[in-house]
Ligand binder design. Structure first.
Ligand code: XIL
Length: 302
């Protein structure tokens, strides 16, 4: 294929990007988006603070705009994200206990119902595990409502939108030897054994010098897939430039291609200037929208 999306499709996979609704009027941005990508993740527009800014008052305008653009171009959409410790609206940040548990479940139900049948997958829960060697849950107001908050969120999402894949999504879960990776693996194994509805695991894969592409990345993907879930690379960006960066992109794409249940890869932005990172050049297109060496190596590895 001559584009990321077309090449990924040759093996039944997708190639996606994060999209910001306020950039849909940028013609360079939209030109690359429509040409190259077959999956879209709203970068912020489906998060809790965006979709329920006041308790019980839902706001879907920007999320709907992205879904409508994607559909018009024959692209699919990954929903991101229903339950997370971050980007909570003020009203939720101040809640705890059973009131917060009910508010979280109501949020999951309402938002999943609004998008019912329209999305390829939902990141139901994002970043619920702690960094470091402990292998435990991240402390948060949601975690303090009880250890079963994650499965409660998945059950509510399944009840509201039965045909959309439901994913757990996290970062620093790429290295098979890390405690955080093993902790998420144990949770997914437990969910599968008890019939908690989970269909996929998302690996954010934000790589840099402190968090390099691990040598066992493919082992991580295949080990999770062996539990009976799909795996997806959901927020890929790799710090660096030139041939070094290109080689790393190639390795990540090759790892996904080698795992049958790795359905697709999403990069976290289009041009370097679209990246959430405050500095650096972690994406596939430069600030002017030109293809980088990393683009070519990713394309050739598909
Ligand atoms: C980031 C967005 O890219 C930024 O625009 C926003 O200010 C903060 O969030 N992990 C995630 C994403 O799951 O939602 C984050 O996105 C990046 C890290």
């Amino acid at each position: 294929g001559t584009t990321l999306g077309a090449s990924a499709a040759e093996s039944g996979r997708y190639f996606g990007t994060a999209v910001a609704a306020n950039k849909l009027s940028d013609s360079t941005y939209v030109g690359i988006l429509n040409r190259e990508f077959t999956m879209v993740t709203p970068e912020n527009e489906m998060k809790i603070d965006a979709t329920e800014p006041n308790q019980g008052q839902f706001s879907y305008g920007n999320g709907d705009r992205i879904v409508s653009h994607a559909k018009g171009q024959g692209m699919r959409v990954r929903g991101h994200t229903l339950a997370w410790h971050s980007q909570q609206p003020g009203w939720m940040q101040n809640m705890s206990g059973s009131a917060l548990r009910s508010a979280m479940l109501n949020h999951v139900t309402q938002v999943a119902t609004h998008y019912k049948g329209q999305l390829y997958a939902w990141d139901v829960v994002n970043e619920a595990f702690a960094d470091g060697g402990g292998g435990g849950r991240r402390d948060s107001n949601l975690q303090r409502t009880g250890n079963d908050w994650i499965e409660a969120a998945f059950r509510a999402a399944r009840a509201a939108d039965p045909d959309t894949k439901l994913c757990y999504n996290d970062y620093n879960t790429d290295d098979w030897g890390q405690a955080k990776t093993q902790a998420v693996y144990s949770m997914v194994r437990d969910f599968k054994s008890r019939g908690v509805p989970i269909d996929c695991v998302g690996f954010q894969s934000h790589f840099n010098n402190n968090s390099p592409v691990p040598s066992n990345y493919q082992t991580t993907l295949s080990s999770f897939a062996a539990l009976g879930v799909d795996v997806q690379i959901t927020e890929l960006d790799i710090e660096g430039s030139g041939s070094t960066q290109a080689a790393l992109y190639q390795r990540v794409v090759q790892a996904c291609m080698a795992v049958a249940r790795c359905n697709g890869i999403t990069v976290w932005g289009i041009r370097d200037s679209d990246s959430w990172r405050s500095s650096g050049t972690p994406l596939l297109f430069d600030g002017s929208g030109n293809k980088k060496a990393a683009y070519t190596s990713a394309l050739n590895a598909l």
